[in-house]
Write a protein that binds this ligand. Structure first.
Ligand code: SF4
Ligand code: SF4
Length: 422
């Protein structure tokens, strides 16, 4: 259901039950997260960079307001009064408002980047969402249907498993086993096919043998479940994926989706129960290495102004900022220009947080801000490197008065790269 279809996008069904208003709200958070909640000074500095604030102006969605509400829930259920009364509950209406607000956030993490006391918000919001899921406040089928869809088809969108690679896979050889593996990811395979096709073409040009899991084994990395607070299945799918790569002798796992890379690098070790038996590399890191090691080169020129958008989960998430630029600068003739906010300061394009379909209008408005700035800066093309951005920013251009060519970084690079002859 989307805002566009005229229905309330609030992921809360006021009639649903049971919904748990009592019991500890502090129990599901780490000691550091409790300290962070306590530390918020309500200074409102973070509001200046919140993209949801920018397009909605809704004060309830602001970081300090969400934190204030959650503190109230902790006070009501874990405070001294609650201990005496034994059955204190948080206010039901406030819980509903909070649920809507914490899901309307794109989890872009810009607020954390600017937080005056250093709250790691990109990490905090999914855990606050988890609390509301656990209490039965989340009842939007786009969100609640994801776990069942992953179990049935391996992807959160419920697309047929047999179409995961077939419609876009180029003529590139894939080994049965190899120290290098490529993971396509659900959003790329089903929603940004020029991007994953470009990845495979570039890997093929580099020429090092690489393996992939069969389509029935390459299931969701778990990111949409993690970020939407549905953590129940994560250990199972992560352990299964890790075991499948280990069985193929994998030492380096390459992926282009920033959300997958984030999940693999930051969260797989937590759910796997220790250090992963392989390295995780973003495709631009892998390609930068190949350029430096002179396995590949670019001779053909591209006389264009390119503007590159840093995906939130790539720049703020795992600190990959230079490598995509290095790849683009290797194309002779390219003039690389920047958004006013770039790198760690990047502005979310609206597609994050697993809610781009739930809060469709917000996502479109944020995507248009990126398009407008790219057009104002007279870029010839807007270069993206995230399947969620790719899908949503393209969608944002439909019916928009400003137009620009959108291209994925590996979709573009695959047209220029050549293999060094030994
Ligand atoms: S994570 Fe992004 S969208 Fe969410 S509150 Fe922070 S700045 Fe706003
Ligand atoms: S910048 Fe940090 S301390 Fe200030 S209101 Fe935002 S979250 Fe709270």
């Amino acid at each position: 259901m989307t805002e566009k279809e005229g229905k309330d996008p609030v992921p809360v069904n006021p009639d649903s039950s049971p919904r748990l208003c009592g019991g500890s709200f502090a129990g599901g958070l780490s000691p550091m997260q409790l300290i962070e909640l306590d530390a918020c000074s309500q200074c409102r500095e973070c509001l200046k960079v919140c993209p949801v604030q920018e397009v909605t102006g809704n004060p309830a969605v602001s970081p300090p307001e969400k934190i204030r509400m959650f503190r109230e829930f902790i006070k009501a259920t874990d405070g001294l009064k609650a201990k005496f009364l034994r059955n204190s509950e948080a206010d039901r209406k406030m819980l509903e408002d909070f649920t809507r607000a914490v899901f309307e956030c794109t989890t872009c993490g810009a607020c954390g980047q600017h937080c005056t006391v250093g709250i790691y918000t990109q990490r905090l919001w999914p855990f606050l969402r988890r609390e509301m899921v656990r209490r039965g406040f989340v009842d939007n089928e786009i969100l609640t249907g994801m776990a069942g869809a992953i179990r049935k088809t391996g992807n959160p969108y419920n697309f047929p498993q047999e179409d995961r690679y077939r419609p876009w896979f180029p003529e590139v050889e894939v080994a049965d086993s190899s120290p290098i593996a490529y993971y396509a990811g659900c959003s790329g395979a089903y929603g940004a096919q020029p991007m994953v096709r470009g990845d495979v073409l570039v890997l093929g040009t580099i020429g090092q043998p690489f393996t992939m899991l069969p389509e029935e084994e390459e299931v969701c990395c778990g990111f949409p479940l993690f970020v939407s607070g549905q953590h129940g299945m994560l250990e199972e799918i992560i352990k299964r994926l890790v075991a499948a790569y280990v069985a193929r002798g994998v030492k380096t796992l390459v992926c282009s989706c920033p959300c997958c890379v984030n999940m693999m690098a930051r969260d797989w070790p937590v759910f796997y129960g220790g250090e992963l038996p392989f390295r995780v590399r973003h495709i631009t890191q892998f390609v930068s290495d190949a350029l430096r090691e002179k396995k590949i080169f670019v001779k053909k020129e591209l006389r264009e102004r390119l503007i590159y958008h840093d995906p939130c989960y790539l720049s703020r998430g795992v600190g990959i900022i230079e490598e995509p630029r290095e790849v683009l600068r290797n194309i002779p003739g390219v003039e690389l220009i920047e958004f006013d906010r770039h790198g760690l300061e990047s502005r979310c394009c609206g597609a994050g947080g697993a809610v781009r379909k739930v809060f469709h209008d917000n996502a479109i408005a944020m995507g248009r801000l990126a398009i407008d700035e790219a057009v104002a800066k007279k870029a010839d093309r807007l270069v993206l490197s995230c399947p969620a951005c790719y899908g949503k920013v393209n969608e944002a251009m439909i019916d928009h008065d400003k137009k620009i060519t959108i291209v994925d970084i590996m979709e573009l690079f695959s047209e220029f790269v050549e293999r060094e002859k030994k």
